[in-house]
Design a protein around this ligand. Structure first.
Ligand code: MG
Length: 316
């Protein structure tokens, strides 16, 4: 029987298939303030991530270690890739969603809804139909720590869908603070984190689930409630398991909502992504550091497959 190291907590036997007793939790970068937005660029063998308060996008690779990818990011938070492999990100300062072009220039994809400025886009994912889904809580405007303090113009904190035709829809309007989001492998289900416990302990730390249909989503209730901290960023693997940030590390839930196990991390985790040469490496942004651990699954997100395509854009 495998003896698991203390940073791997097996709660359900199924978790043994997803982790390995030899897998170490490695701190691959440190010295930051609040790391977020990890995204893997397999075509460049590198990870990009945000250090929000210092307004930097950082680059890490096995070969080169850590370097600054971009400065003065306007408090860039969540990152992902579009169908062409281009970097897309959420900026608190300018309260917009931007795409990085091949020449390194930025294109603003959206900054307002119904004629009013967005709150502070937080995290995003692109569906295979080219629609960009993102969350718009107020974290970037409630202080000057990770954005610029401002009065919200939107009445609610929404989950938006920006269609490939440029049409923007508020798909979900009843979150207190929507945060990380991810699709199931078949994209029929959307998971969204409610992170409002960060500032209001009375709000349950839940991940909600929604069935996705053309033009609408249907609320299917609470997928899971965390027993430590609150959920921020999350990812789904190819088997449909949900890996979410939590107060004590990363929690992994089966598609039926059962807690399978935890990867305990010594700092508060904000986000994570799958990557590495074979996609089997989990990268974890946690407060001042970035950690990684080899796991026995790969991410379901389309960018994971795209990230292996030659020609995907990253001026790294
Ligand atoms: Mg977030």
């Amino acid at each position: 029987m495998t003896i698991y190291p203390p940073h791997l907590q097996i709660i359900d036997p199924r978790f043994r298939e997803l982790v390995h007793g030899m897998s170490q939790l490695e701190r691959i970068a440190t010295g930051f303030t609040w790391t977020e937005g990890p995204v893997w660029f397999g075509d460049h063998g590198c990870l990009l991530f945000s250090d929000i308060p210092s307004e930097r996008l950082m680059r890490w690779s096995e070969h080169d270690g850590v370097s600054v990818f971009r400065r003065a990011t306007k408090f860039n938070n969540g990152n992902s890739r579009d169908l062409h492999g281009r970097l897309i990100g959420c900026r608190h300062g300018t309260r917009d969603v931007v795409r990085t072009e091949a020449d390194g220039s930025l294109t603003v994809l959206t900054a307002e809804f119904e004629g009013k400025r967005l709150n502070s886009p937080n995290d995003l994912v692109m569906a295979s139909d080219g629609a960009l889904w993102f969350t718009d809580p107020t974290y970037g405007i409630i202080s000057n720590f990770e954005g610029w303090r401002a009065v919200p113009e939107q009445a609610t904190r929404n989950v938006y869908r920006l269609g490939p035709d440029g049409q923007m829809q508020a798909m979900i309007r009843d979150f207190i603070q929507p945060n990380g989001l991810a699709f199931s492998p078949d994209e029929k289900r959307l998971y969204v984190a409610e992170s409002s416990k960060s500032h209001d302990l009375s709000v349950p730390p839940v991940i909600r689930m929604f069935d996705v249909e053309p033009g609408a989503v249907h609320d299917r209730g609470i997928f899971c409630t965390l027993d430590n901290g609150f959920p921020d960023g999350l990812r789904v693997d190819i088997a449909g398991n949900v890996w979410t940030s939590a107060g004590d590390g990363v929690h992994c839930f089966a598609p039926d909502g059962t807690l399978l196990g935890k990867i305990l991390v010594p700092e508060q985790v904000a986000n994570l992504c799958f990557g590495g040469a074979d996609g089997h490496r989990l990268f974890i942004t946690a407060t001042t550091s970035v950690y990684s651990i080899f796991v026995d699954t790969v991410g379901a997100e389309h960018w994971t497959r795209r990230s292996r395509d030659p020609g995907a854009v990253c001026a790294a």
